[in-house]
Design a protein around this ligand. Structure first.
Ligand SMILES: Nc1ncnc2c1ncn2[C@@H]1O[C@H](COP(=O)(O)OP(=O)(O)OP(=O)(O)O)[C@@H](O)[C@H]1O
Ligand SMILES: [Mg+2]
Length: 334
């Protein structure tokens, strides 16, 4: 196990009302527990606003968690001393969704890539230059690019630079926050293939955030589905597509485009959710999905569903399974 999240919460305070006196909290991440194995590509899927980026930012330390524990290689990140934090933070890196805004337009590629090496005091000037050349090779860009500014690069090339920047400090774990969704469809596949080969070559572990389930199917070994700051279901990717259990998972799966009749026949019956995703400031009582769930029962408004283990690797957070009321599949038309 390389990373364990133990009941992680991230609340953002927001003020509103007359003279902004009323304080409320956006519960962007509200009690997430997960364990990620070394070397795996762990997919995190959810609609916009479900808290995926907030969770990723909290893992790498951009946000400080409101509650919960982040255990990286057996060490609790919250209780480490200042100096240790610098050493550990090197091991946890992030690639953001939009390389246009994540690279500083006023810095050359060389300055951008050299900065993390300087911050972590790695190598002499000459050694650093050698390292930068090696990094560009790894992301399949010519070394002349070191003297360019980001604006001279295409979106795909910029994202390669962002990947090189994450790799510069030799991390073990990288959060990929929708790394291809801002790119042209024609280059998305190439960037994904690069990420996969880098993972193998450098023994990296990824938390791969996306809302694209078809992409997940091709890259992730396990997938977690997130809704309104909480997990709905976690399962190995193959199991996930064969035996989805949570009504929300089924809803997501039923809406992915497929290429063959065979795939179509494997999809859960199409279900259209009722209404919009509620605000994380006013989360519905009980289960957060109940206001859109076609199978909601009375208990769903009263109690939060517990985590139920369907088998060793498959967990679901839904009242339909809490008391094993229904085993296996259920009928959407009930
Ligand atoms: N710094 C912040 N201050 C206040 N609210 C925030 C902040 N960052 C995120 N939020 C809120 O937290 C919730 C989760 O946001 P987040 O960006 O994590 O979602 P996401 O799943 O990554 O969505 P997307 O798919 O659009 O990237 C949203 O309601 C968002 O408005
Ligand atoms: Mg996001």
């Amino acid at each position: 196990m390389i990373l364990r999240l133990d009941d992680i919460k991230k609340y953002f305070p927001v003020r509103h009302g007359f003279l902004q006196r009323k304080m409320e909290y956006v519960k962007a991440v509200d009690g997430v527990s997960l364990a990620i194995k070394r070397g795996e590509i762990f997919g995190l899927v959810g609609e916009s606003g479900s808290g995926k980026s907030t969770l990723g930012y909290t893992v790498v330390g951009i946000h400080r968690s409101t509650a919960g524990k982040i255990i990286f290689k057996g060490e609790d990140l919250a209780t480490r001393q200042h100096m240790d934090v610098r050493a550990i933070s090197r091991k946890l890196q992030i690639v953001f969704q939009d390389p246009g805004s994540s690279l500083n337009p006023k810095r050359t590629i060389r300055q951008t890539l050299e900065l993390p090496l300087k911050v972590h005091r790695l190598g002499t000037r000459r050694e650093r230059l050698g390292k930068l050349r090696e990094l560009l090779q790894k992301v399949e860009l010519p070394e002349e690019y070191l003297h360019n500014y980001p604006r001279a690069l295409s979106g795909g090339q910029r994202q390669r630079i962002a990947i090189a920047r994450a790799l510069a400090v030799e991390p073990e774990f990288i959060v990929l926050d929708e790394p291809t969704s801002a790119l042209d469809v024609s280059v998305q596949g190439k960037v994904v293939r690069l990420l996969l080969s880098l993972a193998k070559e450098h023994d990296l572990t990824y938390l791969f955030i996306t809302h694209d389930l078809s992409l997940m199917r091709n890259v992730a070994s396990r997938v977690a589905i997130m809704y309104l700051g909480k997990l709905c279901e976690v399962a190995p990717t193959s199991e996930f597509f064969k035996n989805p259990l949570h009504p929300y998972t089924k809803m997501l799966l039923s809406s992915i485009p497929v290429v063959s009749e065979e795939e179509e026949s494997l999809k859960p019956e199409r279900s259209v959710p009722k209404g919009e995703i509620p605000s994380p400031v006013n989360r519905p009582s009980g289960c957060g999905f109940r206001t859109r769930c076609p199978l909601a029962m009375d208990i769903c408004a009263q109690e939060e569903p517990r985590r139920t283990l369907v088998n060793e690797e498959h967990e679901v957070h839904c009242h339909l399974f809490n008391n094993s009321r229904i085993k296996g599949d259920y009928d959407w038309n009930d």
